[in-house]
Design a protein around this ligand. Sequence first.
Ligand SMILES: CC(C)(COP(=O)(O)OP(=O)(O)OC[C@H]1O[C@@H](n2cnc3c(N)ncnc32)[C@H](O)[C@@H]1OP(=O)(O)O)[C@@H](O)C(=O)NCCC(=O)NCCS
Ligand SMILES: [Zn+2]
Length: 446
Amino acid sequence: MIRRLHTDTNGWVINGTTYDGPAPDDLGGHEASGEDMATHALARGLAWRGGDGVLRFPQDDRDLWKHLRARGLDGSEASERLLELRDVRRICRGEVPLAPGVARAIPGPYQLPGLPYSFPEVPGLVVRHAVTEDLDKVAQATVELGDQPVSCPPDSPCRCTPPEAHAFLALAQEWDKPSHTQLVLEWNQNPLQWELMFHDQDEDMPVSSRTYHLTRERPHWFWREAWKPVADGLVALGFPTMSAIVRGDLDYYTQSLKYHYKATVRRRSRQKTTLDYDLATIPFAGWPARRGLKDDVGVQGVTIQEATEAELPDVIGWLQANRHSRTDISVKMLREWFFLDRSAVLVARVNDVIQSVRTVRERRPTVSSIAQLSTLKDDPDAALTSEAVRRWQVGCGYTKATRFTPEAIYDNPLMQATLAREGFRPLGRRNNGGGGITTIESEADL
Ligand SMILES: CC(C)(COP(=O)(O)OP(=O)(O)OC[C@H]1O[C@@H](n2cnc3c(N)ncnc32)[C@H](O)[C@@H]1OP(=O)(O)O)[C@@H](O)C(=O)NCCC(=O)NCCS
Ligand SMILES: [Zn+2]
């Protein structure tokens, strides 16, 4: 028996021919084994034959999914087809050279006018429709947050290849489908939020069915302001109202949506809460001004000074020179809180020498959120610094301060001393959604 495998001029397998009897003189194609022939039946246009005669095929499920997606299947179709094609890897051992990633638009029920939108208030902050290219980054972020496992869970039959492709494939299946509109909020190309919407045919209105905060530290007013272009887009499409589905166990989140969006509860069950939004009456207020005082605050030799944007590199330099186990996180926080949340960066100095750095921002009009960025140390001036920071906050209009302390640091004696000195009472642990860093929330009257 004569078997020939045919490729196009780029090397992609397109066809196969088998001759049982006499074959024509000009056979064309390449000599092939019985196994090779199976690739033509199964993986037409996906297997590739190089000059060395080796048959190649995407070895990584994510690459295979991208190939399938690029050939016109939607995300969930591509996820299904992928399962049928895994066996081809037994035949084709080599890796296919992948063309550079191509962003595929995800067709959904809504194309919101005004998107992509770049916020003038925060350079680099953009809200736009999602594309398939977002999946890698979002999958990575969900793993870092602990919302998706690092690799296939032990009891799962999914057999993702490699096992670390698990989060990507889960998202590809769940998010990339034409029945849903997917939105991304990103800052300097890094996703902060993913939102999924679909059209409810009976009610003839949009439903926001899932929101994913890839950063948990943002105050809720930030998410509201960053959502305004979406609300404007829905109104422009002729929808005065929207509903949202929230996981039943997230009571905190439901309360927050009622407060920040004037949403009302339509229905509540153990599994989910359905909320209604009147898009015209959401109290959008714009980004608040960064709070600050005209003069530095001084308490017996300790001075509290607000760093300007131009001074941030010096403050970051000081943090890096005085490292602690979480310095990289502190630097990231400093930037995110300063630029995204309009936080003030407070630098405490004694005799002009930096002692400590905190960042303080608005959570609600009279409630601050405060984070310590510098290392904890036995500081003889700690009480004076605490008093200066308290005065600064009161001067800026706050009556209450809140803190989210990582569980791992909470019991540190120096942290406990700081909390006690500043009057913080623990409110409970916070870890919505499964993983990530568990923090202990506490509050203090100022
Ligand atoms: C459900 C979800 C969207 C809620 O998001 P969220 O409101 O940002 O959630 P969090 O409870 O983690 O944090 C929000 C509040 O705590 C504060 N906070 C939490 N951790 C903080 C930290 N480390 N530092 C400072 N503030 C912190 C925020 O400032 C915010 O305060 P505010 O709302 O009073 O202004 C989010 O938990 C998530 O993405 N979960 C996984 C996906 C999911 O289950 N989605 C279903 C939604 S229907
Ligand atoms: Zn898996």
